[in-house]
Ligand binder design. Sequence first.
Ligand code: GLN
Length: 180
Amino acid sequence: MSEHGQMLSDVGADVVLVRSVEQLTGLDGLVLPGGESTAIAHLLETSGLRPAIDRSIADGLSVFGTCAGLILLSSKILDGRSDQWSFSALPVSVRRNGYGRQIASFETTVAVQGVGEVPGVFIRAPKIEAWSQEIEVLAEHDHGDGEHPVLVRYENVWGCSFHPELTGDRRVHGLFVDSL
Ligand code: GLN
């Protein structure tokens, strides 16, 4: 099972690894994982999942995008490929690799509202550079250029710059699953 799958299962969710449109039926929540956003976008197109997920989000399905998943949900992508699309479900502008490239990947501690301090693993992470006042900022991080949101929520759409699935701390997944 994927790291996200393991975490979600550890906090009590029944987990399905979604690879086809049919598997979206009946879900309470969906996690869009990290990786390479252009590659994930391509897979979402070829599998037919793009329009299905688009509809599900509009119908209120809770989605949680981490890292590349956050990029896929954002309303604006900076430094994206020229043809890069997104679901445009979260009113934030993200810069791909906004915290630097591979060499600049880092681990820090992030204070999450209602949870406390959790480890934050940032890997070629997207930086939220602009955001609507309507989003709920659940955690921010100052990487030397002021506070930027790193865990946000807007209605049924959650996004996270870091990788909560790569640590032993399940509380961010718990927060999402408890909201479902
Ligand atoms: N930099 C990657 C991208 O732009 C995201 C990195 C990640 O998901 N760890 O797609």
